[in-house]
Design a protein around this ligand. Structure first.
Ligand code: 15L
Length: 270
């Protein structure tokens, strides 16, 4: 049976979520092209591996040639120096969209983050339409990327699904993740839905599993046909035994972005 895509590009292919996509997307494309600044290991028969810095347009332009859609998971995954975030997340994401435009790529699925709205208080349930409220330079770079996607949709008709990921790990690691956890399988399913939905225009969805505690109204993801299968509640007893209850006066517990909101400026002396 023929596959829906000839070639998909995954950026950040050596990272935590890039590896999930690498393992999951093979049934959807004849060729998976993977890129990362880090080593990507050995290519499988259906893979093309390109090691490069997303901040360098001359390297990024050929990456997008012959590609049907891009899963953009590359970049700095945490708070860092402004220089590092500027190169990998801001310039890097611009380079991906601009290379996509020059090569006629029609859709980008982007791993955005809850840190784009991390300074909202946890007493507020947020939907996909709330104004940005970043909690870090990293979060600010996610806001930039979401807006860049909107610009490339409005001006050039390139579709985007921005997945504002909560906390995507093998299992939830602390009490905050009882609300923010996204299992790897649910992340893969949501990415697949975003890729295969007939029309997405420019969308923001939350990347969360079916957790009983929830900070986000995720109707936008449901409209793509996403139905989360996993829940952080399966780990609740373990986490509650290990960690004391969250104190809402602490920034780490008060804000959607947790510790990112509570942390000082990354470049200040520690
Ligand atoms: C993120 O955006 C990070 O990439 C991830 O490592 C976690 O820190 C996550 O947010 C989170 O908020 O738990």
């Amino acid at each position: 049976m023929s596959k829906p895509f000839k070639r998909l590009l995954i950026t950040g292919g050596a990272g935590r979520l890039g590896k999930v996509l690498r393992a999951h997307l093979q049934p959807f494309a004849d060729v998976i092209r993977l890129t990362d600044i880090a080593d990507l290991g050995t290519a499988a028969a259906h893979e093309e591996l390109v090691q490069c810095d997303l901040g360098n347009f001359a390297d990024v332009l050929p990456l997008c040639e012959g590609v049907d859609a891009i899963l953009h998971a590359g970049g700095v995954p945490l708070e860092n120096t402004f220089a590092a975030i500027l190169n990998a997340n801001i310039v890097g994401t611009y380079n991906i969209y601009e290379a996509a435009r020059q090569h006629g790529v029609k859709r980008v699925i982007y791993t955005s983050s809850n840190h784009a709205i991390g300074f909202y208080d946890r007493t507020e349930t947020l939907d996909a339409h709330v104004p940005h409220r970043p909690d870090s330079l990293y979060g600010l770079s996610k806001c930039f990327a979401e807006d860049l996607g909107r610009y490339y949709w409005d001006k050039f008709g390139i579709e985007s699904v921005n997945i504002r990921i909560g906390s995507s790990f093998e299992e939830p690691l602390d009490r905050r993740m009882l609300a923010t956890w996204l299992s790897f399988d649910d992340f893969a399913q949501l990415s697949e839905r975003a890729l295969l939905a007939p029309r997405v225009a420019h969308m923001i969805v939350y990347g969360m599993s079916a957790n009983r505690e929830s900070l986000w109204d995720n109707r936008a993801a449901s409209s793509l046909g996403y139905v989360a299968k996993d829940s952080a509640d399966d780990y609740r007893a373990k986490l509650e035994a290990k960690f004391p209850p969250l104190d809402h006066n602490e920034p780490a517990a008060r804000y959607h972005g947790g510790n990112f909101a509570g942390a000082g400026h990354f470049e200040d002396p520690k």
